[in-house]
Design a binder for this molecule. Structure first.
Ligand code: URA
Length: 242
């Protein structure tokens, strides 16, 4: 049993506050009967109408995708480029990505139709840690790693403390592979952090998202999260544990 205003909000029709207004102003029917009481609880089989339109109630589903490069983190694209949901054609529910990876970035991306879960994981206050493997131009010094870890000044402010280590360095090819773990999710943050220390990113992959990793997946593969993983992610975000 769920509260009526919560079900309406989850269906993406209105915020919970707005849904409450809709209920009290007589715009909502449950099984054909107008309901104006805010405490009303409904079951998954109850038919809910908002302003005469029946709302769709989907099961909540959660997936992990190994996003390839050259794909937009969206459900549609006006330029007809590939989008992440093209890689999960077997999913009937209307899923969308939790946050985003750049067009040129590959790696672990979550997709769900659970708006509350997506908001929780991307909320700046709760953001979970994410680990990226970056191939960058030049040989990265210890001093530069320390700057990445302490905080880099970007145009939208200092970055929060991070963890950085060199995986390998190739003097002849003048490039370094760096593992960087951050728990913020600003736009193009990893690329901008490396730009700020003078080592532009040539290749970027998200290897881990909280305790999830790409495991045995190949690029373009996806899998459903287990109920336990979903529970753990929610608990992690809610506890504010980074
Ligand atoms: N940081 C970036 O710069 N790009 C991404 O896709 C993710 C994090």
């Amino acid at each position: 049993m769920e509260r009526l205003q919560k079900v309406i909000a989850h269906a993406g029709i209105a915020s919970r506050r707005k849904a409450e207004d809709m209920i009290t102003s007589g715009k909502v029917k449950v099984n054909g009967k107008m309901i104006t009481e805010l405490g009303t609880r409904v079951t998954p089989s109850d038919v809910i109408e908002v302003e005469g339109i029946k709302i769709e109630r989907e099961n909540k589903v959660y997936f992990l995708l190994y996003k390839p490069t050259g794909v937009i983190s969206a459900v549609s694209d006006d330029k007809n480029r590939k989008v992440v949901t093209d890689f999960l054609p077997y999913v009937d529910e209307r899923i969308y990505p939790v946050g985003r990876l750049d067009y040129d970035t590959s790696g672990l991306l979550l997709l769900t139709n659970d708006g509350e879960f997506a908001n929780l994981l991307t909320h700046p206050k709760y953001e979970v840690h994410k680990t990226y493997i970056a191939r960058v131009k030049g040989l990265v010094s210890r001093e530069s790693l320390r700057i990445l870890e302490k905080g880099v000044k970007l145009e939208d402010g200092m970055t929060a403390p991070a963890k950085a280590k060199v995986v390998s360095a190739d003097k002849a090819k003048n490039k370094t592979i760096v593992e960087l773990t951050i728990h913020e999710g600003r736009n193009r943050q990893v690329r901008r952090m490396f730009d700020a220390i003078g080592h532009p990113v040539q290749k970027l992959k998200r290897e881990r998202y909280a305790f999830l990793h790409l495991g045995g997946l190949n690029t373009g593969d996806s899998r459903e999260l287990t109920p336990h993983e979903v529970k753990q992610l929610r608990a992690l975000a809610e506890s504010g544990t980074k």
